[in-house]
Design a binder for this molecule. Structure first.
Ligand SMILES: NC(=O)c1ccc[n+]([C@@H]2O[C@H](COP(=O)([O-])OP(=O)(O)OC[C@H]3O[C@@H](n4cnc5c(N)ncnc54)[C@H](O)[C@@H]3O)[C@@H](O)[C@H]2O)c1
Ligand SMILES: [Zn+2]
Length: 365
């Protein structure tokens, strides 16, 4: 088969411990006098400390919640208008970065995100510069054109170039305070991004290289980061794994495990990373082929059985939910149906219809 691809990655990436201190210089390089910081309550003190060194931070919105709601976008846009803001800085996990992306995308023309969320109004290409500063090592949102937002119970992944950050400042020191359980959930999200980008029907060589390295880094560092959150080397390598995980799926997109994560989050309230990890080892088995065996050998594993075992061991270490009974009362038909109709299921290299998914879930007893 002829080798052909188009690779592009438009985000400037500054990686390194202490790089958050460069925010002021980066804002100046973008010609921005006044920025809004979007974060959650936990990160407000961090944002306030940064504001002391960065007078260009004109306002802080710190009410982002997990599974972020559109109201956080509305409130951010109001602050953008009130303070004549020229750029939005998202300091936090995926929930925060996705809220900041959405606010930066619509602020120039509206403070109502709902018509955009519903697909009734197109995003305009004019948007404010957006700087992503991840504080978890997981989503890779700092390098993707994805924003995942919720309107009530409805959670939607919106893929649009308008969400591509202008700059990513990845400072691993910001992740030192992430509690163990979130470290495990988010680390396995990074692993899922890498594996799914790699086995996606739209995989391509540059993304593949990012994926292989991301898987290697997670296997070598996640357990240490989980057991010893203060281990800066492990945190540094996990931040790199998450960044490379983001680059792995940014173009090929994710596949089966992410498709299954939506009903698992919506109906059984699993955090995003835990929801993706729930079926990740099952999909390793289902999607096993020569390419996946090659990835395993390149990261020092004997093969895909060992990869599935390592994922299962990490889930057990983190106390993540792994069986259907861990989820409580399960409507297996609805779970399989909702996973089957999710558009990302189309990217899975092995076709998985409702019946096949029902068998896969039923085996998780
Ligand atoms: N845009 C994308 O490309 C993309 C990719 C994957 C997932 N997502 C979305 O991102 C969201 C999940 O993001 P997440 O996993 O980063 O979790 P999150 O942003 O929801 O944060 C999880 C928890 O960790 C806390 N936290 C964050 N940083 C911390 C720190 N440094 N110290 C202590 N606590 C900290 C938060 O306060 C929160 O309580 C989901 O909505 C998911 O769908 C987006
Ligand atoms: Zn994810």
């Amino acid at each position: 088969m002829a080798l052909e691809f188009l690779y592009s990655q438009p985000v400037k990436i500054r990686f390194g411990c202490g790089s958050r201190g460069e925010l002021s210089t980066i804002l100046a390089s973008l010609g921005v006098q006044r920025c809004l910081v979007v974060c959650d309550r936990f990160l407000r003190p961090t944002a306030e400390a940064m504001q002391k060194d960065t007078p260009r931070i004109a306002a802080i919105f710190s009410d982002v919640e997990e599974n972020p709601q559109l109201k956080g976008v509305t409130a951010s846009v109001r602050l953008i208008r009130e303070h004549n803001i020229g750029a939005v800085v998202g300091i936090g996990g995926g929930s925060t970065m996705d809220t900041a992306k959405f606010a930066a995308a619509i602020a120039g023309e509206s403070d109502d995100p709902l018509p955009y969320f519903k697909g009734e109004r197109p995003f305009s290409a004019a948007r404010l510069p957006m700087i992503a500063m991840p504080t978890t090592a997981g989503t890779g949102s700092e390098v993707t054109q994805v924003s995942v937002m919720s309107n009530g119970k409805e959670k939607k992944t919106i893929n649009n170039p308008v969400f591509m950050p202008t700059y990513a400042i990845v400072d691993p020191e910001l992740t030192l305070t992430v509690p163990p359980r979130t470290t495990m959930n988010t680390g396995l999200d990074a692993m899922a991004h890498a594996l799914e980008g790699y086995w996606s029907k739209h995989h391509q060589p540059v993304s593949d290289l990012c994926a292989i390295e991301a898987v290697r880094l997670v296997l070598e560092n996640l357990e240490t980061a989980y057991r010893d959150g203060a281990n800066l080397a492990a945190r540094e390598h996990m931040s790199l794994a998450a960044l490379l995980g983001g680059l792995s799926f940014a173009l090929p997109k994710t596949a089966g495990s992410h498709a299954c994560s939506y009903p698992l989050s919506e109906d059984y309230h699993l955090p995003h990373g835990e929801a993706c990890a729930f079926t990740l080892d099952s999909f390793v088995k289902i999607n096993t082929d020569e390419r996946l065996e090659t990835l395993c050998r390149r990261v020092g594993l004997s093969g895909t059985d060992e990869l599935a075992d390592r994922i299962r061991a990490l889930k057990a270490l983190g106390g993540l939910r792994v069986t259907l009974s861990d989820l409580g009362e399960v409507d297996l038909d609805k779970l399989a149906h909702d996973a089957a109709i999710h558009p990302l299921m189309q990217n899975n290299p092995v076709a998985m219809d409702e019946a096949a998914l029902k068998r896969m879930f039923a085996a998780l007893q």
